[in-house]
Each structure stands twice: as structure tokens, then as C-alpha cells.
Design a protein around this ligand. Structure first.
Ligand code: UD1
Ligand code: CA
Length: 452
């Protein structure tokens, strides 16, 4: 097998997005488009990957990190000019180079591999990945020889004649080239076209004129090749991504009641026999175990959930949840919370940076923040950790088997000892020793005949 390189074009501003965010950083399935492309390039095992950056260079670098080399395209003079920026890194190397656009987020490693295999098998100097679009407008059109159907050129939509515009076979923006041939041909690309840009696709016409062997690899799945230039295409990419991911998890044994209304990020994992109810959104890195039920309308980000746990209409962020836990409806688990097995977090309970030991319960209307809750603790309805004095946050400890009555305020820093009871309505300012009962509220007085 020949050396395989990749060049990913990610320098454009993305004017048509009408956005302050650089185009290739717009997320699909919660992940920037250009990161999707790089994940797939990495999966395809290409030996050297070059990112062409320009607009938002630092931001793009922050996302992609050290795994690629970067070249800067200071002025964005077109896709051909963009690839040429990689000359110093690649031009004198033997092998094949795949060129991809950072705005085609759905491209798969398998398709890149098929493209490269086809390229090598046909001994071509350039192979274009093509697709058939229902609405090809905006895309470059594939021009084929009328007699033998061979690829001869690519014409940009803006430069195309009406007849050429009626062609539905498009340039997906993914190509495979003989590396040296590519860099030689790029020197000869001009900018005499409607947009005054140096077009990478012009390399195809140039190689044709040189009598080189060209080839095209047609993918039946247009959705995989969507190029996102504006928000309308972004929504189409989002939809296609969702369909792909949801289908994958259904085939792995996950039930999705309404796949049109369930959103699973690219980096989530779900165990079999888990059921996702409508409106569920998994963002970032979410790992859910087996036989869980999640939803409706639950929003879970960067969290891990064990087996047989139920999450009803709740929000969970940056937290760990164990097995057989019941959360919600309408609970809010905020970052750095750890919830062990058999815990119940009921309706209108907010948890922040709190650890809950096995079997503990906060079933109704509570705020538990900056807290360590032991095993088998019962926090009555309305229990509050008063964690903030206006300047600093303090820790509340509630030890194993403690019982906190309804509407108790635990003013941190404070500890409720093992097995202790706190009377309902108490405001606890001092530590409660283990096995004791603490009552901290005014005694009731009844003023008889007061109304008269
Ligand atoms: C391009 C192709 C078109 C193809 C379509 C597929 C050209 C001239 N046209 O059109 O044939 O059908 O992709 O989606 O290549 N970029 C740079 N530097 C530049 C210009 C662009 O890095 O100077 C990057 C952009 O950030 C983007 C990619 O190259 O990621 C493609 O550029 P874009 O302007 O979106 O090209 P299209 O008009 O979509
Ligand atoms: Ca594009």
C-alpha cells in the first residue's frame, strides 16, 4: 500500500453562514464539523494529516489539538490555493493524498477507504468522490465524456451553463490524488472564473488535458457528502447525522420511541435494552448502561449512568450516576455530582457538587449543593444545604443513616452525624452528634381566644 496523506481545508470564513462563529466550527450533533472530518480521517489511518487554517486559525487549532500539522492560508484565494499551502510539507513525497473539506461533517472513513482503493485499483492520478443530488445547486458539477462516460472536468455552479446546471452528479469536495501530480497541477491552476478564485476542481480539467488517467467514485448516499455552506444545509446535516446515529444505536439494541425527536451525540454510548423516550438529548460524552429508561425530555451532558437507572424529564451535567437510581421528574443534577446505586432524587430537587451514598433519598423539593451525603440518608421534603454566605461556599456532611426532617436548613460548614435526626423546620448551625436528635426552632405557643 502506498503512503496515504490527507489535507483538510478549513480556512474559509463561511460568509453564507452569517455567523460570528467560523464555519467549520459550527456543530453537528454537538461536535464542530471539522472535528467530525478529522475523527474520520484518523479512523481511516492516514499517515500524515495537514489542516489548512486561516479564519479562526487559533480556534480551529484549539479544537483539533496536536494530532495534525497546520499550514496557514493567510488570504483565502480559493480551494486550489488552500491545498497549495501544504506544498512544503507534502509536495516532494510519494503516495496518495486525500483532500477533504472541513464543511462536510458526515463523510465516513469507510468511504475514504473505498475512494482510495478505487483510486489505486484504477491507477488514476486523480479520483473524485461524486454523488447525485436532488437539488445540486451550489455544488460543482461532474462533466463526463458524452461517448464513454469518463470524467473530464468539474464546473462550479456559478460558472456553469444552464445545460451543465441540469447535471445532478456533483463534486462532493472529497478527492484522492497522486500526491506529486497534485502539487504539479496546482501550479497551473488560474483564477479566471466568476469568483476570481483558484479552484481545486480545476486540477481535474488540467490533468485531463495532460492525458492523465482520471476516475470517479460515486457514493449512493448523498447525505454523507452534504457540504454545509449555510444554516439550511446545517439543519439538513444535523438531520442526516441524527438518522445515522439513531439507526446505529437501534441496531445495537437500544429502543428509541421517536427517532425523529431524539438526539444522541457522536461520542455517546448506550447499553442494550435501554429505552430513550421522546425529546431526549445526549450531549458530549455520555455513557448510559443497560436497561435504563431515559426521558421524555431529558438533557444529559458529559455524564455516566449505570444500569437500570431511570431519568424522567431531568437535566444531568458532568456527573456520575450509578445503577438502579431514580431521577426526576424535574430534577437537576449539576456538575461534579456523584450518585451511587439505589439513590432516589425526586421532583424539583437540585444537586450540585454533591456525593450521594448508596440508597439515600432526596425525594422532593430540595437543594443539596457542596455536600457529602452518606449511605441510606433520608433528606425530607424541602431540605436545604445553605452552602453560600455571599462570599464563599462551604461543605455540608450528612453521615450514614441520618434522617433530616422536612424544611431543614443545614448551614454549612456543618456535619450531621451518623444516624442522627434533625427535626422538621430546624435551622442547623452547629454539628449534630451521631445518634442524637437536634431540634433548632422556636417552640410553638398557641394564644387562645386571640382572634377576639
Ligand atoms: C466546493 C467545490 C465544489 C463542491 C463543494 C462540495 C471548489 C471551488 N468548489 O464548493 O465543486 O461541489 O465544495 O461541498 O472547490 N476553503 C479554504 N480556503 C479557501 C477557500 C475555501 O480553506 O480559500 C475551505 C473552506 O473553509 C471549506 C472548503 O474549503 O471548508 C470548501 O470551500 P467552500 O467555499 O465551502 O466551497 P464550495 O463553494 O462549497
Ligand atoms: Ca462548501
Amino acid at each position: 500500500m502506498k503512503n496515504r496523506y490527507a489535507v483538510v481545508l478549513a480556512a474559509g470564513q463561511g460568509t453564507r453562514m452569517k455567523s460570528d462563529l467560523y464555519k467549520v466550527l459550527h456543530p453537528v450533533g454537538g461536535k464542530p464539523m471539522v472535528e467530525h472530518v478529522f475523527d474520520q480521517v484518523t479512523k481511516a489511518g492516514l499517515s500524515e494529516v495537514v489542516a489548512v487554517i486561516g479564519h479562526g486559525a487559533d480556534a480551529v487549532k484549539d479544537h483539533l489539538g496536536e494530532r495534525v500539522s497546520y499550514v496557514l492560508q493567510e488570504d483565502q484565494l480559493g480551494t486550489g490555493h488552500a491545498v497549495l499551502q501544504a506544498k512544503d510539507l507534502l509536495a516532494d513525497k510519494d503516495g496518495v493524498t486525500v483532500v477533504l473539506c472541513g464543511d462536510t461533517p458526515l463523510i465516513r472513513a469507510e468511504t475514504m477507504e473505498a475512494l482510495m482503493d478505487h483510486h489505486e485499483k484504477t491507477n488514476a492520478k486523480a479520483t473524485v468522490l461524486t454523488a447525485t443530488a436532488n437539488d445540486p445547486s451550489g455544488y460543482g458539477r461532474i462533466i463526463r465524456d458524452e461517448n464513454n462516460g469518463n470524467l473530464t472536468n468539474i464546473v462550479e455552479h456559478k460558472d456553469a451553463t444552464d445545460k451543465q446546471r441540469s447535471i445532478s452528479e456533483i463534486n462532493t469536495g472529497t478527492y484522492c490524488f497522486d500526491n506529486r501530480t497534485l502539487f504539479n497541477a496546482l501550479q497551473r491552476v488560474g483564477n479566471d472564473n466568476v469568483q476570481g478564485e483558484y479552484y481545486l476542481p480545476d486540477v481535474i480539467g488540467i490533468l485531463k488535458q495532460q492525458g492523465e488517467t482520471l476516475s470517479a467514485w460515486h457514493t449512493p448516499d448523498f447525505a454523507e457528502t452534504i457540504g454545509v455552506n449555510d444554516r439550511v444545509a446545517l439543519a439538513k446535516a444535523e438531520k442526516a447525522f441524527k438518522e445515522r446515529v439513531n439507526e446505529y444505536w437501534m441496531r445495537q439494541g437500544v429502543s428509541i420511541i421517536d427517532p425523529d425527536n431524539t438526539y444522541i451525540s457522536a461520542d455517546s454510548e448506550i447499553g442494550r435494552d435501554t429505552v430513550l423516550y421522546p425529546g431526549t438529548m445526549l450531549q458530549g460524552r455520555v455513557k448510559i448502561g443497560e436497561r435504563c429508561m431515559i426521558g421524555q425530555n431529558s438533557d444529559i451532558s458529559n455524564s455516566e449512568i449505570g444500569n437500570e437507572t431511570e431519568v424522567h424529564q431531568s437535566v444531568i451535567t458532568d456527573s456520575q450516576v450509578g445503577n438502579s437510581v431514580k431521577i426526576g421528574p424535574f430534577a437537576h443534577i449539576r456538575p461534579s455530582s456523584t450518585i451511587e446505586d439505589d439513590v432516589k432524587i425526586g421532583n424539583f430537587v437540585e444537586i450540585k457538587k454533591a456525593a450521594f451514598g448508596k440508597g439515600s433519598k432526596a425525594s422532593h423539593l430540595s437543594y443539596i449543593g457542596d455536600a457529602e451525603v452518606g449511605d441510606n440518608v433520608n433528606l425530607g421534603c424541602g431540605s436545604i444545604t445553605v452552602n453560600y454566605d455571599g462570599k464563599q461556599k462551604y461543605l455540608t456532611k450528612i453521615e450514614d443513616n441520618a434522617f433530616v426532617g422536612c424544611n431543614a436548613n443545614l448551614i454549612a460548614p456543618v456535619t450531621v452525624g451518623e444516624g442522627a435526626y434533625v427535626a422538621a423546620g430546624s435551622t442547623i448551625t452547629d454539628d449534630v452528634p451521631g445518634k442524637s436528635l437536634s431540634i433548632a426552632r422556636a417552640r410553638q405557643t398557641n394564644k387562645e381566644n386571640y382572634v377576639k
